[in-house]
Design a protein. Sequence first.
Length: 76
Amino acid sequence: GLGVSTLMVEGGAAVIASFLRSRLVDRLVVTIAPCFLGGYNPFGIDGGGSLGLTLNEPRIELLGTDVVIDATPLWP
């Protein structure tokens, strides 16, 4: 192994969806701004159906006009 124990991934809908689909997420922190650019598809779902993701004890915080969701995923 490379000795990596923690990796923070920052990206848009396509990057987030890619990591979620691959179930490479131990903790999810998503910031939602009140402005959507280029259409509305927050998790990059392209008609392939649900990601099957449930959030465990989500913590939701309002920071200015942004909403921050912090949770661990529960996979089916």
